[in-house]
Design a binder for this molecule. Structure first.
Ligand SMILES: Cc1cc2nc3c(=O)[nH]c(=O)nc-3n(C[C@H](O)[C@H](O)[C@H](O)COP(=O)(O)OP(=O)(O)OC[C@H]3O[C@@H](n4cnc5c(N)ncnc54)[C@H](O)[C@@H]3O)c2cc1C
Length: 477
């Protein structure tokens, strides 16, 4: 049904003027995805301030057959958080639902609303001397509801798991407007199917997450950060295995950076200098964390000593040819800043085609080498730019346009590049979507590579949870 004045009046009745946007110009940021690949249109943007309001809005949509596109910080990279161009859907933006409802330090949990910004939740945990470990480049604007709906990964998965692993309970508005009250804070609960996991990673197609109970952890007292030059790609994964053993499994991050990445960061970000003079085809940013929160008393703690001994042994073995170990939190932040702006440096350099893929960790080097060979054979001057979460086998196997080609001409090869990379990933028992989801961008890839039985079961689940198909239609399936 079209969104007429009568429907808009009913929406206003629920959320008031503060909770609704109907002016086309004001709606632009809500209907344009982060990468500006998808420009949609909406009948209205709705911004509920409570679960009750969200449920009432969805009930109106269900009755009128209006499609609902749930949205958090709109930082998703697969076009899942914006509507199509018909203008027949509403965007349900959760940003006003941003309260921490409870924090139970002894139970190591916090109960939060879906519109809380991830960085704010990290701070809330820190204030209670706890750690909420989910961490990603968009943490200053992405929201926990979006993180859970995409089952976000990030830089600490190696130690703490994906977003899915950090949740004990959820509250969800269902497609008919009822609220599923699953906010339990239990670490053991085997009373039937674990329904919350169906909503996590569902990209808003099965329900709208309005709140969650998140797991908290002790805050590590000792955190050591090192950037290492590792010339040989085949040494990277064994280096990770050695680091895990040498540190007593204290490796919390292990990020691969290519030389091109470091060069583009220095080129495009004023004020960032190369952290070391040694040029190397590959670098690894590694973090070790451990121990009680005793930083003040242990200026030269045991973790630091263990890291230095580890590095010395790797220098002697010529696996690592140079390293910078952060001597302060500020220097550690500077090293992390390079990693965080790496994707943006590629955007500033021109056209880029991204592949968020994973393979078994043991196959990472073979995948990068073979993928690079195949892409370079496909196009002269192409600049392969692989980086990311080696510890999870998750490589952002991105490519930058040749310097001599226009962006538009490069983008004509988008689908054929995807095919080359994704074919290789599937041959290596990997995934064509490691952490960003399927959304609109990879829907055809799911249809192409998905197992028929998987797809059948997914469609049946969709029919159970959303029989009228109003929740984020056109996404994923
Ligand atoms: C610079 C940068 C770095 C990034 N780094 C990483 C990274 O390291 N790891 C990673 O995994 N991702 C990364 N991302 C991608 C993105 O930040 C994540 O996918 C994030 O989890 C999306 O959160 P969001 O609040 O922006 O969700 P949105 O973009 O608003 O939505 C994402 C999807 O979830 C659905 N959705 C949103 N909120 C809800 C809700 N409450 N209920 C139901 N469905 C909902 C939407 O409909 C959409 O399908 C990065 C993005 C950027 C821009």
């Amino acid at each position: 049904m079209a969104i007429n004045e009568d429907i808009l009046a009913r929406f206003r009745n629920v959320v008031g003027e503060r909770g609704i946007i109907t002016n086309a110009e004001d709606m632009v940021p809500y209907v344009t995805d982060h990468r500006e690949l998808f420009q949609g249109a909406a009948g209205a943007v709705l911004r509920p301030a409570s679960t009750e309001e969200a449920a009432a809005l969805v009930a109106i949509c269900a009755e009128a057959g209006i499609a609902v596109v749930p949205q958090g910080g709109n930082t998703g990279l697969v076009g899942g958080s914006v509507p199509d161009g018909t203008g027949k859907a509403v965007v349900l933006n959760l940003g006003r639902m941003n309260k921490v409802r409870a924090l139970d330090a002894l139970n190591n949990t916090m109960t939060v609303e879906a519109g809380c910004i991830l960085a704010d939740l990290q701070s809330a945990a820190e204030e209670a001397d706890r750690l909420f470990p989910l961490s990603l480049g968009a943490e200053g604007s992405c929201m926990i509801g979006g993180n859970l709906s995409t089952n976000a990964g990030g830089v600490q998965v190696l130690k703490y798991g994906n977003a899915r692993d950090l949740v004990l309970g959820l509250e969800v508005v269902l497609a008919d407007g009822r609220v599923w009250p699953g906010l339990n804070a239990l670490r053991k609960d085997n009373t039937g199917y674990d329904l919350k996991h169906l909503f996590i990673g569902a990209e808003g197609t099965l329900g709208i997450i309005t709140a969650a109970v998140l797991k908290l952890f002790p805050r590590p007292g000792q955190v050591e950060t090192a950037l290492m030059a590792v010339p040989k790609l085949e040494d990277v994964v064994p280096l990770l295995a050695d680091a895990r053993a040498a540190s007593g499994d204290a490796v919390t991050a292990f990020e691969l950076l290519p030389r091109l990445g470091l060069e583009l960061v220095v080129k495009h970000f004023e004020g960032i200098r190369a952290p070391m003079e040694t040029a190397s085809p590959w670098y690894v940013l590694m973090e070790w964390s451990a121990g009680e929160n005793t930083r003040k008393e242990t200026d030269d703690g045991t973790l630091r000593a263990a890291l230095e001994a580890f590095l010395e042994a790797r220098f002697n073995a010529e696996v690592v040819t140079d390293a910078v170990v952060a001597s302060s939190e500020a220097q550690a932040r500077e090293l992390w800043h390079i990693r965080e702006v790496l994707p943006e440096s590629q955007t500033r350099e021109g056209g880029s085609i991204k592949h968020d893929v994973s393979v078994p960790v043991s196959k990472v080097a073979d995948f990068i080498a073979e993928g690079t060979r195949r892409l370079e054979a496909q196009m002269d001057g192409i600049r392969v730019f692989p980086f990311g979460h080696v510890g999870d086998g998750n490589i952002h196997f991105n490519v930058s346009q040749p310097e001599t080609m226009t962006k538009d001409a490069f983008y004509e090869h988008w689908k054929s590049m995807n095919r080359v990379v994704h074919d290789l990933v599937m041959d290596m028992d990997g995934s064509f979507s490691a952490e960003h989801g399927v959304g609109r961008l990879k829907r055809d890839e799911l249809a192409h590579y998905g197992q028929p039985l998987d797809l059948e079961l997914m469609r049946r689940l969709k029919a159970v949870f959303d029989p009228a198909g109003i929740l984020n239609p056109g996404i994923m399936l």
